[in-house]
Design a protein around this ligand. Sequence first.
Ligand SMILES: [Zn+2]
Length: 93
Amino acid sequence: MVPLPPSWHKTGVLGFNPSDARVDGRPRCPKCGTGLKEHSTVFGPYRVRCVDLGCDISIRQRDSFAVLRPRAELVGQRLLEVAAEHRRRQAAN
Ligand SMILES: [Zn+2]
């Protein structure tokens, strides 16, 4: 069971419900902003490379984008919840 968020989530403090926030499924290169392509390796880790041939970004990561995306979504939603709580407290003072 997942606990329901506190009622202030529905008050529109941020103008939207943090649990509705989604992560874009197209990861971008941290250097040039172009898309990244994921390659699986023989022994499990993933190699992520920028699709721009002029960019040298290559990142090794343990998990695939498919695994990382829902995690990022939960982390982002929590950050938005904290921001909403902060604004609510500011508004109450
Ligand atoms: Zn790049």
